[in-house]
Design a protein around this ligand. Sequence first.
Ligand SMILES: [Zn+2]
Length: 337
Amino acid sequence: MHAFRHKYQTMAKLKYKFNKETLSFEVYKTSILKRFKRSVGFFVLSVVVAVGCFSIYAHYFDTPKLLSLRRANAELVLGLELLKKDITTQTDKILLQMQLRDNNVYRPTFGLQDVPLTVRNAGFGGVDRYTSKYGKSTYANLLMDCALQLDRLQRKVYVQTMSFDTIAHNALLIEQMAECVPTIQPIAAVPLHVNSYFGVRVDPFGGGLREHLGLDFAGKTGDKIFVTGNGKVATVDYSFARSGYGNCVVIDHGFGYKTRYAHLQTISVRQGQQVQRGEQIGTMGSTGRSVAPHLHYEVLYRNKQVNPLNFFVNDLEPKDLVSIMNIDITEIKGDFD
Ligand SMILES: [Zn+2]
């Protein structure tokens, strides 16, 4: 058994060649070099054929790895598109709500001017810096769009945080504000005696409808006039002409509030002076456009006259306020201007 296998294996390795002269098969011996050369040739040919086949295959069909990469790439692009959409619609909408609440509720509560939307939405200008960053990539436009939207968002959030900082600062000043807002009556008379209210009414000078942007308090020449909230004397005007406010003082209370005291007989404060609520600033008179001694009193918020009645929290009973607010202004008699 052993011997047979040995013989068989030996025979398998031999090659025979037909000798035409001897007309017999003879053992053909190839040199090692020849066999080596043949092997190398065969190997090279195999490699060439394999590479060729692979190239043709790869040209017409994606390899599984390439397929999965393509799929991942498509998912990434879709993800970016959705992200961009989210930034420009959802997030922006939430931020806009916050901006509107800030402008219409939070800031006015603390007497702050609103931040214009043009400031809130101001961009950085130019997209050059995105080009240098993403310009060479395949999805440059998409990436630059995303970066731009994110930058805009960051800018808006930054403005919003600044606004909240200001509000927080003002909230700390709320106590001070409570002392500054004009909430008491400017004359000592009790009960409060208002002759002319805020709004449109018949002009005491020759009739006709005319807007009256303050309250008129009747009294006697020389009655004491008191400042209605802490502040600083903004202007002191002397005028003895029979027109306008006459002798007049304007107090700046800060937080957007000012008060005007007109038709005064005398003035006992000077411009720039700090005044405390309840401090006397002058006496009642009838200077300027006035028909009888009275005080014309105005409250201004952001330089626009508002109804002073809304501020007399300490002096008016709610029922008085209601009856005053419901009064028919065309029936008011005894206007002083
Ligand atoms: Zn008046």
